[in-house]
Design a protein around this ligand. Structure first.
Ligand code: AMP
Length: 277
């Protein structure tokens, strides 16, 4: 695996691949890699000639400085895992190189998507996500872009970004959420959970399953309220339990439905979701 640390280095290297007309699969991450990330690398490996992974903890998408400061960093282990999975290139830029002058002034039109659910509780988060993904896609311009359903709203935001910017030929592959045996969605932030917090964390998935199993029997508002109460009684501060249309993330319309939860145990904020029908 080749490790590249600068934008110019990456551009020069990719030029040689494009000349050869190889199919590129790209997996952007913030590192502290787990099986969820590696499932994206595995899919990219199967479906492309060349696999590129990036690790960059993007400061502009953190609305909470403590979350940014405590974000886990495990670069040595990440490199080993990527080599094992057969990743070809790892791009690990630094902030000064990635954000050249003026690049932070760009604004993205995301309409309601920017202000609901995660957008409401993390103001500026999705503009930050778009800033970094726009730059990375501009550099890599992959054939296939691999994202996890775990960050469902983020997938929708990036779909919107791709339509707006000059990336319409990039195919987005949304991969299923990889879970621990007890259902907890794998997340880099799980590393920060103490034993007791880790036990509690399973209640998020249990609440999603409760919603899925009772969706046809119990009114939506009651389901949301019951799940919220259950989580609060288990020690969470709940930002939202929301059952919405899976396309618009707004009112139900009898097509596909998704339940999304964001809740914190102490200062560790976890999100998860489940397609209901
Ligand atoms: P992150 O490092 O958290 O920015 O995540 C990088 C990519 O991995 C994003 O597309 C995430 O949605 C995806 N991802 C994170 N956790 C999981 C998981 N448990 N299962 C599948 N994909 C995931």
């Amino acid at each position: 695996m080749i490790i590249i640390k600068t934008k110019t280095g990456l551009t020069a290297y990719l030029k040689t691949l494009k000349i050869k007309n190889l199919k590129l699969g790209f997996v952007p991450t913030m590192g502290a890699l787990h099986q969820g990330h590696l499932s994206l690398i595995k899919s990219a490996r199967l479906e492309n000639d060349y696999v590129i992974c990036s690790i960059f903890i993007n400061p502009t998408q953190f609305n909470n400085q403590s979350d940014f400061k405590h974000y886990p960093v495990t670069l040595e282990k990440d490199i080993e895992k990527l080599i094992t999975e057969g990743c070809d290139v790892l791009f690990i830029p630094n902030e000064n190189d990635i954000y050249s002058q003026g690049s932070l002034l760009k604004k993205f039109v995301l309409d309601d998507l920017e202000h609901i659910l995660e957008g409401f509780y993390r103001p500026g988060h999705f503009q930050g996500v778009c800033q970094i993904v726009d730059i990375l896609l501009g550099l890599v311009h992959p054939d296939n872009l691999y994202l996890g359903q775990k960050d469902y709203q983020q997938c929708m935001v990036i779909k919107r970004l791709i339509q707006q910017q000059n990336f319409k030929d990039i195919i987005i592959k949304i991969m299923p959420t990889i879970r621990e045996k007890d259902g907890l969605a794998m997340s880099s932030r799980n590393m920060r959970l103490s034993h007791a917090q880790r036990e509690k964390a399973t209640h998020i998935y249990k609440s999603l399953i409760y919603i899925q199993q009772n969706f046809k029997k119990i009114p939506k508002q009651d389901l949301e309220q019951n799940a919220k109460q259950h989580l609060e009684m288990s020690g969470f501060k709940v930002d939202y339990v929301s059952i919405v249309d899976a396309q618009t993330l707004q009112n139900l319309n009898n097509k596909s439905t998704i339940a999304l939860i964001a809740a914190s145990i102490d200062d560790i904020r976890l999100i998860d979701n489940l397609i209901i029908n």
